[in-house]
Write a protein that binds this ligand. Sequence first.
Ligand code: NDP
Length: 435
Amino acid sequence: RSRNGHEPEFLQAVQEVAETTIPYISQNKIYNGKNILLRMVEPERLISFRVSWIDDKGEIHVNRGYRVQMNSAIGPYKGGLRFHPSVNASILKFLAFEQVFKNSLTTLPMGGGKGGSDFDPKGKSDDEVMRFCHSFMAELCRHIGPNTDVPAGDIGVGAREIGFLFGMYKKIRNEFTGVLTGKGLSWGGSKIRPEATGYGTVYFAENMLKTRDETIEGKQVVISGSGNVAQYAAEKVIQLGGRVLTLSDSGGYIHDKDGIDEEKLAWVMDLKNNRRGRISEYAEKYSGATYHKGETPWSVPCDIALPCATQNELDGKDAESLVKNGCICIAEGANMPSTPEAIHVFNEARVLFAPGKASNAGGVATSGLEMSQNSLRISWTREEVDQRLRGIMEDIHSSCIEYGMESDGYCNYVKGANIAGFVKVADAMLAQGVI
Ligand code: NDP
């Protein structure tokens, strides 16, 4: 804490893991007394660099770029890049730390990392985004590689940005390798990668519901966000017969009592991915919907809640409102969207609650499958990737049950995910010695 006191998000993520793993460590001789958690919380490397770029008017801007290489005990660093004005070392360290446990849970050989910049792609032209990405990669390319560190997308980094980043990496290094995931289908991308985080979150929720003999069909579902994760979580819920009531962005949320069907969702995807508009426009387009400026959707009664926007977007009061209104299952699509107070409320109420490191791991798992396909120089079918994704989500769910079951039969998924993720990384670190 004394070393990272100015990093609140990082401390929050570490505290959650420490609370659940320290009792486990002290009961297990092989981990006890090895300062293993202390070693895990210190990044192996944190790179910070200048990114200068020129806007369409010829003006020069300077942003800060980062890559946090957190832990490579079980494989090359792997984790997304985030472009958002809020990005700083604390946020990236929290994300990289979470990523270590998440990647371990996928059962694939991937270490943990995260990176990004305080650059805001909102309101920038395609050319400006391209110039920024090229400048960012001109430095980042020294630190990454298909066997070293393989970045992907995150908030503000989608297919467009990955394309620009990959183009510059290829030009400088003169090699066509799987150094980034989330690539376009015609140049090394995997089928189902854009869908994977959202689909995986819903597959995980299906597994959770199954423990109570429930399914998604007929359930009322509240989703936050309207980016990559939210869009495909909504698509899968609709396919499985659930009713999606809300979507949001940083301006507010829309509530459609009639449900957001496939056609309306296609309109949202075009709005967000092509026209880069605001979710408020939904309520202008569809008369049955209302827009709630500056609010989050957690007061809307529902059976299932899927927070898919950003960290700390669901607090203790929101959690109380969800529980009071009958919500039985919360699966995080975003990273750390629920505050510690909210998680406490869910656990006390004994409702099903899955932390992002378990329920949103489908994205990085499919990135791992993209890396495998790149190495083998083959491309699996949509069905094959989807089937593997379903299998991985089921396995992660089983690991959570194995380590998270309480004596009263309630599964504490936070504890289960933290311990299951910890064991594999800790074993590898112990085997490799103190380095
Ligand atoms: P996108 O950039 O595609 O979408 C982000 C969405 O969240 C947008 O609707 C955005 O609204 C909203 N949002 C962002 N910041 C805030 C904020 N401060 N307050 C309220 N709303 C906000 O990102 P993704 O969908 O890729 O990522 C969403 C979450 O999922 C993140 O936590 C990310 O780390 C996590 N995640 C993503 C994975 C992936 O594969 N993409 C994998 C695993 C986790 P606006 O447009 O107004 O900014």
